[in-house]
Design a protein around this ligand. Structure first.
Ligand code: FMN
Length: 211
């Protein structure tokens, strides 16, 4: 990778901020949204189980339904799309589809660290329900972060929101019990810049080699 590209990527990290006012006339095509979600879904995940589902909310009626669920945060109306990132509580069920091609091709390295495919599946299946919930949230959050950075890279802005009623979301959008709502991410063209924010000095956030 060239050093110029590297610098651009760091600039992109620095310039991403949470936008709360979007240009309501800006639309994204289904293809553009798919592209963003393809990049989001290239995030890493435990055992590559891809613990995410994306509910893409684009239509006026669906946005109106989301508004009270999102505590009246108007960005869900004005954004081109609000993506609800759901975590998969039963991502273990993805294992066969993820690993079948590798197993059929005899690519044992795919499950390196395990004595066999069966040993890996046994570990995946052996996880407790609280661990599975942690995993759903942890891995879906990585996809959410990639989505925000992908949006920025495409010249768009985003705003993450956990200020919503997850139970009401499940009811309003008929989410099956397999999935847990993790985060809403509004995406579109900023109508107003994000509020300025700062971060703790890095020295305050690092503990070298343990507490
Ligand atoms: C998990 C999470 C939940 C958030 N929920 C909301 C929210 O409901 N409403 C909102 O206006 N901002 C929300 N934010 C945005 C934060 O306030 C924002 O990221 C933080 O103040 C830092 O600002 P910046 O993202 O502009 O750098 C959320 C951010 C995260 C990461």
């Amino acid at each position: 990778m060239s050093s110029a590209a590297h610098t651009d990527f760091i600039t992109l990290f620095r310039e991403r901020h949470s936008v709360r006012h979007f240009d309501e006339s800006h639309k994204l095509s289904e293809q553009e949204i798919k592209e963003l979600l393809t990049i989001a879904g290239s995030a890493p995940s435990s055992w590559n189980l891809q613990h995410w589902k994306f509910v893409a909310i684009t239509e006026a009626a669906a946005k109106e339904k989301l508004l009270p669920v999102a505590n009246g945060q108007k960005q869900v109306i004005d954004a081109s799309v609000t993506v609800a990132i759901l975590g998969d509580l039963q991502a273990n069920r993805n294992a066969e589809a993820v690993y079948r091609p590798a197993v059929q091709a005899g690519l044992e390295d795919t499950y390196a660290g395990y004595s066999s495919y069966q040993a890996m599946i046994a570990q995946i299946e052996g996880a407790s329900s609280s661990y599975r919930r942690d995993e759903a949230i942890r891995n879906a959050s990585l996809a959410a972060m990639q989505l925000m950075l992908a949006a920025k890279a495409k010249g768009l802005d985003s705003g993450p929101m956990v200020g919503f009623d997850a139970e009401a979301f499940v009811k309003a959008f008929h989410v099956p019990p397999r999935y847990v709502p993790v985060l809403l991410v509004a995406i579109g063209k900023a109508a107003r810049p994000a509020r300025p924010t700062s971060r703790f000095p890095v020295e305050q956030t690092i503990i070298w080699n343990g507490f």
